[in-house]
Design a protein around this ligand. Structure first.
Ligand code: SAM
Length: 430
């Protein structure tokens, strides 16, 4: 049987889409697939430019039961004002089909659209070569990381998933999550933000109250979608259609700030690297919880050290080694998660080697030209009373939660025998 041939005594579930609305689909039930499709196309006045086509059809024993199961599981993906319009992208489509096929009423698939949009992620580098293989020193790496100001890197779904899995699920319960650099949920996977997709897919599991995604439509527009915004609640989703004049979706536009202040509980995104200083200021000063990605060396960067010193931010759990460029190619660039959500028993404490100074191997401790102690390789002296200098790594591994504090807001640049060494931050045992 084709997508539309039907036996009218039977019961069917279908997913249908209009060619002019690729970010949406309709899911419903019928006794007559063929007639139903004709009705849809009659409504639009079928033309070459806009016609409805089935994406999936199947036969079921009880179509009302299946339809109700879809309505329940995907309530937040249903358009608020319509009973049968659902959000569409390939991942979500697979989720709809999976649920239908797993339902006890499912009899057999009749038609499924061929997966012609599967993205092939081209791996530029399969494994991370060692620094030696790259002919780089740790100093080069840090300098490279600091220079990254290209905003058009986007986050892989697995990196979002890996970090968020580390937090107690309860932190999301009844919360409004604001992804303020990400709305872009699109029919094309390439244009879909991993943050939006993660929260949409886990909306019920995390027991979210609301998800608000806004997207920047300014000069550099990664997803090429213009200014956009979406709101998801358990009663359905809504596209924000009317913006105040001049709204560009920027995280620091008055409307975005109003949403941040008045609506959001937790902000979660990978903001533009080039605007990191402003983004941190706006987000941290809002007093809201946040979980964001930023440069891996922020803990030794003068613009950010004071936040770590004042305990307004600390490292999340994971570093990020790859991002995707707009062509979906893996690009190796370093980032790290940062948050103000409490982290108990950080697994990375085990990387800190807190031992008496005399037990630190000589290759990992030295005094610089101004007699300041420099320690490397996550060795930390347990019995040293004066300030000493460390790289970002021990801070990311939770040193400040282990009885040490930052004592200088300016980054520390050591010189050994007159030669500049890589930048650090000055810490001291409390
Ligand atoms: C590093 S990318 C990450 C995109 C997405 N959050 C992700 O994780 O895949 C940062 C994004 O912020 C966008 N952007 C640039 N300036 C912005 C602004 N002022 N407000 C909001 N987003 C902005 C860029 O176009 C880019 O798409």
């Amino acid at each position: 049987m084709t997508a539309t041939q039907t036996d009218t005594t039977k019961q069917y579930i279908y997913i249908v889409q209009a060619s002019l609305e690729p970010a949406k689909c309709k899911i419903g039930k019928t006794n007559d697939l063929e007639r139903h499709l004709k009705e849809y196309n009659h409504m639009t006045g079928k033309s070459k430019d806009n016609s409805y086509q089935y994406l999936f059809t199947c036969e079921v024993k009880n179509m009302t039961q299946v339809e109700n199961a879809i309505k329940e599981k995907f309530s937040h993906l249903r358009e608020e004002k319509s009973t049968e319009i659902y959000f569409y992208n390939l991942t979500l489509f697979k989720g709809y089909v999976e649920l239908i096929k797993a339902h006890r009423s499912f009899i057999k698939e009749i038609f499924i659209k061929q997966d012609d949009k599967t993205q092939i992620v081209k791996i530029i580098k399969k494994t991370t070569p060692s620094l030696e293989e790259r002919g780089m020193s740790p100093k080069d790496v840090l300098q490279k990381a600091q220079k990254i100001n290209n905003d058009e890197f986007y986050t892989r779904y697995e990196d979002v998933e890996k970090e968020l899995a580390m937090y107690n699920k309860k932190i999301w319960k009844d919360k409004v999550v604001f992804c303020n650099c990400d709305d872009a949920v699109d029919d094309d996977e390439k244009n879909t933000s991993a943050f939006s997709l993660y929260f949409i897919q886990n909306f019920h599991k995390l027991e979210l109250k609301k998800l608000i995604c806004t997207h920047y439509g300014g000069v550099v527009d990664l997803f090429n979608q213009g200014t956009k915004g979406y709101i998801f609640t358990k009663d359905g989703f809504r596209e924000i259609k009317t913006f105040p004049k001049g709204y560009d979706g920027s995280f620091d536009h008055p409307l975005s700030l109003k949403i941040l202040k008045e609506k959001a509980d937790i902000v979660c995104t990978n903001p533009p690297f080039s605007r990191a200083i402003d983004y941190w200021k706006v987000t941290i000063n809002s007093g809201k919880k946040f979980l964001i990605i930023s440069n891996i060396s922020n803990a030794i960067n003068t613009a950010f050290i004071h936040y770590f010193k004042d305990n307004k931010v600390w490292a999340g759990h994971n570093r990020i080694d790859y991002f995707l460029n707009p062509k979906r190619q893996l690009v190796d660039a370093s980032g790290h998660w940062y948050t103000n959500i409490p982290i108990k028993n950080r697994p990375k404490y085990k990387h800190l080697k807190i031992v008496p100074l005399k037990d630190i191997p000589s290759e990992y401790k030295k005094f610089d030209d101004s007699k300041t102690l420099l320690v490397d390789h996550c060795y930390i002296p347990s019995d040293y009373k004066k300030p000493f200098a460390v790289s970002a790594r021990p801070i990311l591994n939770g040193l400040l939660e282990k009885g040490y504090e930052i004592v200088q807001e300016k980054r520390y640049t050591p010189y050994v025998n007159g030669e500049e060494c890589f930048a650090r931050v000055l810490v001291q045992k409390k």
